[in-house]
Design a protein around this ligand. Structure first.
Ligand code: FAD
Length: 414
């Protein structure tokens, strides 16, 4: 006799308990909806992406976790860009006047940060499961009917949900099954990274800065973390990997040696566990939604992490995803309209941040970016965008667009 598997009913089922999924689950649960949040791993678990932006802070405040993030994080007053090809270094401190309400951010161990958000969703009333991987979603008509998940002992769990938010990150559960994921061929990069000890922070007054070193065939990040740790990663473009033979760890150390400022800080670095790798090329699914579901965070799209925008974009899309879910619970038509609007908004933001990514990755255009003076208010625009204020950053950057229109400089296109 096969025992009957019971089916749990809920309004919204969220696939994945990273920043996007936990945020959406918390928002919906606090409004009284019946929410199930399924995470395939167990918190705390390692995740890359430790540098937050000032615009994350109002969202964390709204979720009721800002004080805990402040206690667990390293205060981040700004970002520093170092061009290791002779163009110098440029620091961008965040300011109150332009950009975010908060003139700083935090850098966190994602294991702790993600666990905090996940437990917060449970505190707000979501039913959470860890070690529980979604394996199948069945749709009937315009709604999901049955979600099957498996726990680490192989036991099946079944849920009946009225709406699904896919927050499965780079796994892209629904994107893989119902959509096409378009990779950005212009940004085909991969990262090699790890946590280190004995890597000095920047000079006094700049200890909390994230350093981005723009080097041949890619860039390094150096993110100061709690307990004296430093997250260091190399993001290399295709040519760096194509030309390299042998283990990828060797490529990491080769690139460290080739980059004098990085090499100086890494002289006594002690790696705490083997280096990890990930292909981090930018991608976007052809659509963010369909009847009965909406994709949020990396499950929908991912951008080059050079401006530390991933967690912010994930959380912002989670706010929108929660609105879409609520609208769908009112009526499918309201849900479709909300989904269309939310997708357009997310695409607009991603376009704006890509605008800057293309400029910093282009050796000619980044000369403008690295100018110390506020030519064409570029510096103001950059600070706003670096703070995660995509609206203000874009408006301040308007003179650049005018410059392009007047002089027809095609280099400023894209
Ligand atoms: P995730 O954080 O990946 O969470 C998805 C969750 O879903 C995971 O916990 C996963 O286990 C779970 N899951 C997947 N499939 C299933 C399933 N079938 N069933 C149940 N659960 C499932 N962002 C920043 O803001 N700052 C940075 O400095 C930064 N640096 C980065 C460096 C690199 C090299 C990379 C690759 C990314 C970086 N990012 C950074 C981006 C950032 O890490 C992501 O954008 C962010 O984690 C997205 O959050 P998410 O919730 O969408 O996805």
């Amino acid at each position: 006799n096969v025992p009957e598997i019971s089916v749990q009913n809920c309004d919204v089922l969220v696939i994945g308990g990273g920043p996007a999924g936990s945020t959406a689950a918390a928002l919906l649960a606090r409004k009284g909806h019946k929410v199930v949040l399924l995470e395939k791993d167990e918190h705390p678990r390692f995740h890359i992406g430790e540098s937050l932006l000032p615009c994350n802070l109002p969202l964390l405040e709204d979720l009721g976790v800002l004080e805990q993030v402040k206690a667990m994080g390293v205060h981040k007053p700004g970002a520093e860009f170092v061009v290791e090809t002779g163009e110098g270094r440029q620091a961008f401190p965040f300011r109150h006047a332009i950009g975010a309400r908060h003139g700083h951010a935090y850098q966190v161990l994602r294991a702790d940060f993600d666990e905090l958000l996940f437990r917060n969703a449970a505190k707000k009333g979501a039913t959470t499961f860890e070690n529980t991987k979604v394996t199948q979603v069945e749709f009937k008509g315009n709604a999901p009917t049955l979600v099957t998940a498996q726990d680490k002992d192989g036991k099946e769990h079944r849920f009946s949900a009225r709406f699904i938010l896919d927050a499965s990150g780079r796994d892209g559960f629904l994107a893989a099954r119902k959509h096409r994921r378009n990779a950005d061929k212009n940004n085909s990069t991969a990262a090699i990274f790890g946590h280190f000890r004995n890597v000095p922070r920047r000079d006094a007054g700049m200890e909390g800065y994230i350093s981005i070193h723009l080097v041949q065939e890619g860039w390094f990040w150096m993110i100061p973390l709690p307990d004296g740790l430093m997250s260091v990663g190399f993001v290399g473009d295709k040519s760096a990997y194509r030309q390299h033979k042998g283990p990828v760890a060797d490529l990491f150390w080769k690139k460290v040696k080739e980059s004098p400022c990085v090499a100086e800080r890494m002289a006594n670095a002690e790696l705490l566990s083997p280096l990890s790798t990930t292909g981090n090329y930018s991608y976007r699914a052809d659509k963010a939604w369909g009847d009965g579901y909406y994709m949020i965070g990396d499950a929908y799209a991912f951008l080059d992490p050079v401006f530390s925008s991933g967690v912010l974009l994930a959380m912002k899309s989670a706010y929108r995803g929660a609105e879409v879910a609520e609208a769908w619970l009112r009526s499918p038509q309201a849900g479709r309209e909300a989904a269309q609007k939310a997708e357009a908004q997310t695409c607009k933001e991603m376009k704006r941040i890509s605008w800057l990514i293309y400029r910093i990755n282009n050796p000619i255009l980044r000369k403008l970016f690295m100018r110390p003076r506020n030519i064409l208010r570029m510096r103001d625009a950059i600070i706003s965008l670096l703070a995660g204020d995509f609206e203000a950053g874009w408006k301040v950057g308007f003179p650049v667009a005018a410059f392009k229109a007047v002089f027809g400089i095609s280099l400023l296109k894209r």
